[in-house]
Write a new protein. Structure first.
Length: 330
């Protein structure tokens, strides 16, 4: 059995892109691996959320994970800040994390450029906290997207550095888990790239969006002036067809493809159908999200179980690491 670790920042609700991307794969992975999935709430403090927002966001993301099929019995599902051991490992790793390499990190440079008023030490040491998250469970695989590859590379650097420094083979070098074809890429509604929350209001459809919001977003999706003889579909229309392929029945896709070819397609009709199919798909998930988010007793039991299991693994690592470093009892 392989050990898999991944974290998700509680900075916004999950959308269809997350669902068909990472989450469905997490749900598959939990069947045949030792999975640790956590909500990266320590990391989210770099943006200084209010206590109420922080707590609300954690509740929402956890409810969305559970509603999407993550099983707290199969995977260890926990809140990062319930695992103080990770803060200790972060401190220890920081002693061997160099200012130069931290400052060269692309995500740090990007943040320093875009938010010069809040370049805090947490931002600088984001990679060492992320490394601590991963190696505290001695992970073999980390399912993350392209944007996290550099962080994972730094994790390997820190793990190797620790091993070399103390002459041990203690931490495995975690590898990116590549989903390959299993990753369904969901386009956004703005006619350009993939679905994402940072691409602006209305580009993403969230799992918890009510039907009227879904209708409004889909009806406002970018299209074009209509099919042009001999030309390929525009990116915007291609994106709507991609969504249709994921969300609708084959007959529906065939019908609109045919209409498109004939030049008689009405984008409004396609959007109406697409909106109803998305609503039908997400309605049961949304109901579950709302029920779970309102069930404090259930959330408390899930997080307690997750914290217990995560601490079992993490406290073993910390005990051994302290020993290796030379913190020993008299
Ligand atoms: N940095 C990740 C992101 O922004 C979140 C994260 C924090 C993470 N710790 C992790 C991902 C450990 C994988 C493993 O998406």
């Amino acid at each position: 059995m392989q050990t898999v670790v991944s974290g998700i920042r509680p900075t916004g609700n999950l959308h269809l892109g997350n669902y068909f991307g990472a989450i469905r794969n997490f749900v598959r992975m939990q069947e045949s691996n030792h999975c640790y999935f956590f909500i990266a709430d320590y990391h989210s403090l770099t943006t200084h959320p209010t206590p109420a927002d922080l707590h609300g966001n954690i509740r929402m993301v956890l409810s969305e994970f559970l509603a999407s099929g993550l099983d707290p019995e199969k995977a260890t599902l926990y809140v990062q800040s319930d695992l103080p051991e990770v803060a200790e490992l972060y401190l220890l790793l920081n002693m061997n994390a160099y200012l130069g390499e931290l400052m060269r990190c692309t995500s740090f440079k990007e943040k320093a450029r875009t938010q010069p008023e809040n370049v805090n030490a947490g931002l600088l040491t984001y990679p060492s906290l992320m490394a601590a998250d991963i190696i505290i469970h001695k992970a073999h695989f980390v399912p993350v997207g392209k944007d996290q590859e550099q962080h994972l590379e730094m994790t390997r650097t820190f793990a190797k550095r620790f091993n070399r420094m103390y002459g041990v083979e203690y931490f495995p070098e975690p590898q990116a888990y590549n989903f390959g074809d299993a990753l369904v890429k969901i386009p956004g509604l703005d006619g350009t790239g993939k679905m994402g929350k940072s691409e602006g209001e209305g580009n993403a459809i969230f799992l918890a969006d009510p039907p009227e919001v879904i209708r409004k977003k889909v009806m406002r999706a970018v299209t074009d002036a209509g099919p042009q003889a001999g030309q390929e579909k525009s990116q915007a229309v291609e994106n709507l067809f991609t969504l249709l392929k994921v969300m609708s029945k084959q007959e529906t896709v065939d019908f609109f493809e045919d209409q498109y070819l004939k030049g008689s397609i009405r984008y409004g009709d396609l959007k109406k159908q697409l909106a109803e199919d998305i609503i039908a798909y997400t309605a049961p998930i949304r109901e579950k999200i709302l029920a779970i988010a309102g069930d404090d007793a259930y959330l408390a039991s899930v997080t307690r179980l997750g914290a217990d299991r995560a601490r079992e693994s993490a406290s073993r690592t910390i005990r051994e690491v302290r020993e290796i470093i030379g913190f020993k009892a008299f």
